[in-house]
Write a protein that binds this ligand. Structure first.
Ligand code: NI
Length: 166
């Protein structure tokens, strides 16, 4: 869990920039790529991440704008990517403006459990990393270029003149 706003801000800036790279690589045609028939699509997971940026932390009492739209993902990759961009900035602004370090120790009701606010912010990031991993697989299946988030992707190995690892 985070025990300082500064720690969270550093981590969120890094992780949300990585998620933004994934969001910005989506195309309208790729959004319907599904994990399996009738399971979540690439667009639906992207929208889930964009909306969770407000849905989860707002349960702690943080106040910032919620994205417009319902649970069903919009059909536009740009709307999803821009939605995530505005939500991730609004969250960081809200945490920095409304909380001090000691607020991270306060407990909030989260889905029927008691989590400290610092834990909620940590879980928000972990949840994002989890779904981002699903997205990069679906992006590959949809034929998109996948950004290297924790190391080079296959195309990045090749472009740098190296033999890709299997
Ligand atoms: Ni989820």
């Amino acid at each position: 869990m985070f025990t300082s706003i500064e720690q969270f801000a550093a981590s969120w800036k890094q992780q949300s920039a990585a998620t933004q790279q994934v969001m910005d690589a989506l195309t309208d045609a790729s959004l319907c790529q599904e994990i399996a028939p009738r399971y979540r699509s690439l667009g639906q997971i992207g929208w889930h991440l964009a909306t969770t940026v407000h849905e989860m932390p707002s349960r702690t009492g943080l106040i910032f704008p919620q994205l417009e739209g319902e649970e069903l993902a919009p059909a536009s990759a740009k709307v999803i990517a821009e939605g995530y961009r505005s939500a991730s900035k609004a969250l960081l602004d809200a945490v920095q403006a409304q909380w001090k370090d000691e607020d991270l120790l306060k407990m909030s009701d989260m889905y029927g459990e008691q989590w400290s606010n610092g834990l909620t912010l940590r879980i928000l990031i972990q949840h994002e990393i989890h779904h981002r991993g699903q997205m990069t697989v679906l992006m590959r299946q949809a034929g998109l270029r996948v950004p290297g988030l924790y190391g080079p992707t296959r195309e990045e190995w090749i472009e740098s003149g190296m033999q890709p690892l299997i």
